[in-house]
Design a protein around this ligand. Structure first.
Ligand code: AP5
Ligand code: ZN
Length: 215
């Protein structure tokens, strides 16, 4: 099964994708994570990517489509959860073609709907485990009291360079301008299902599970 988690920055895409990896053995394909890895590589491409991400702009279609293509070539056991991809109509077309070429299809596009105000609070309180990438929130999912990651026991946590007010504003503008038209695109294909992303993490998870169980 292949699904897309579609939603603005902070909607909870990464949180739900990681859970689906654990519970359903699917593979999370997060272009954000891939790009963050690229920027630590010190290559020319990595430097360009870092600047674009820190501004809150979108990286070029060519780069992200290339990253996804590489992952699909190497196989996605248990099916793919596309997290943060596609983000433009050109990326959506490219994904359709790539899946077709690999004899696969899309089973659902899950749109996670969250108010802008809540997104700001979520991004401001987010931290991730430096070791395994588990996502925490100062209020809704605090780091355990013993200071150890509940998933891997790691003790180092970091905040993202683009999780500041200015970049977030730009990320939201980019989302509404370039990514939100994808809801119409996938609705027309009959693939779009909306979930209430304002609910708590477990309730959102239950809603997503109910959708996937029917596919
Ligand atoms: P990316 O890494 O994809 O970031 P994003 O889309 O901005 O999304 P986030 O990772 O910020 O949020 P999320 O929805 O995963 O939320 P999370 O689960 O962490 O992209 C970063 C940048 O890379 C882009 O700006 C762009 O430059 C570039 N890029 C990436 N993909 C690209 C592409 N395809 N094309 C071009 N450029 C691309 O949750 C957020 C917080 O809320 C956490 O603290 C979490 O604990 C908490 N939380 C989660 N769910 C809930 C809930 N239900 N209730 C309360 N709190 C919750
Ligand atoms: Zn961890």
């Amino acid at each position: 099964m292949n699904i897309i988690l579609l939603g603005p920055p902070g909607a909870g895409k990464g949180t739900q994708a990681r859970r689906l990896e654990e519970t359903r053995g699917m593979t999370q394909l997060s272009t954000g994570d891939m790009l963050r890895e690229a920027r630590t590589s010190g290559t020319e491409m990595g430097k360009i990517v870092a600047e674009v991400m820190d501004r809150g702009d979108l990286v070029t279609d060519e780069i992200v489509i290339g990253l996804i293509e590489e992952k699909l070539e190497s196989g996605t056991g248990g099916g793919a959860i596309f997290d943060g991809f596609p983000r433009t109509l050109a990326q959506a077309d490219a994904l359709g073609n790539l899946l077709e070429r690999h004899g696969q299809k899309l089973d659902a596009v899950i749109e996670m709907r969250v108010d802008d105000e809540a997104l700001v609070t979520r991004i401001a309180g987010r931290s991730t485990c430096a070791e395994c990438g588990e996502v925490y929130h100062d209020v809704t999912k605090p780091i355990p009291e013993d200071g150890k990651c509940s998933n891997c026991g790691g003790t180092e946590f970091k905040r993202r360079a683009d999780d500041n007010e200015e970049s977030l504003k730009q990320r939201l503008l980019e989302y509404y301008k370039k990514t939100s038209p994808l809801t119409g695109y996938y609705h027309a294909k009959g693939d779009l299902v909306g979930v209430d992303g304002m609910a708590d993490i477990d309730a959102v998870a239950a809603e997503i599970d109910a959708i996937l169980d029917k596919r």
